[in-house]
Design a protein around this ligand. Sequence first.
Ligand SMILES: Cc1cc2nc3c(=O)[nH]c(=O)nc-3n(C[C@H](O)[C@H](O)[C@H](O)COP(=O)(O)O)c2cc1C
Length: 230
Amino acid sequence: MKTVVVYGQNHKGSTYHVARELVEKIGGETTEFFLPKDFGEFCVGCNTCFNITERKCPHYAKLAPITAALDAADVIILASPVYVYHATGAMKAFLDHYGYRWMVHSPEASMFTKQAVCVCTAAGAGMKTTLRDMHDSLFQWGIAKTYTYGVGVAAVDWAGVSEKKRRTIDKTTTKIAQQIVRRAGRVRPGIKTRMVFAAMSRLQRSGFNPRDVEHWKQHGWTEGKRPWKQ
Ligand SMILES: Cc1cc2nc3c(=O)[nH]c(=O)nc-3n(C[C@H](O)[C@H](O)[C@H](O)COP(=O)(O)O)c2cc1C
């Protein structure tokens, strides 16, 4: 099993340690990226990815190693500390670069058979909105099954996290990892994803954006084919 972790921060604090526990329990091969160290560009708003191709994005080459790792992974973990009730700016800037992959545009076929986890830690509040920041993209990418884990660690770094809290983190990461391993290789998108996909396939038949229409046509998705086992 291949897992890729994208951290919304460069440092190895509470968020890193919680995500690491999860990764180690999942096992297999892991690739990690730290933002903004490994990718720190802001979308320039040129719309080229939507209208022509993402290959002409000014940041395409810099993003390519992360994109390749995401596409090759069985499990994608997005992890971010809560910064003013949301994911970090680095995580948001990273996710902006994949707007073209949302189901309404040109989704990547392999996403529909992957599992993902959103992880966040906060001192005490803002976990729900932060998880949503990351979950929105994973859902719109078409990820088949996404788990979320937000922890109020009551600390500003990992050293300050209590033993009691660490035991809870241990239990929860074990549970999520077990579910991921059990479902490996046999996940299928839920009803909500399948309904959005069906609506998009109808939309793309009469299409408003030639790049997306061509993408859907090429995959046979406007003719009833689906990127998951039916
Ligand atoms: C800029 C900044 C903003 C923060 N905003 C919040 C917040 O809105 N709510 C909260 O509970 N904690 C907030 N915190 C605290 C962190 O979310 C918390 O300590 C988290 O566990 C840090 O994770 P890390 O050790 O991986 O950096 C903030 C910290 C920073 C540096």
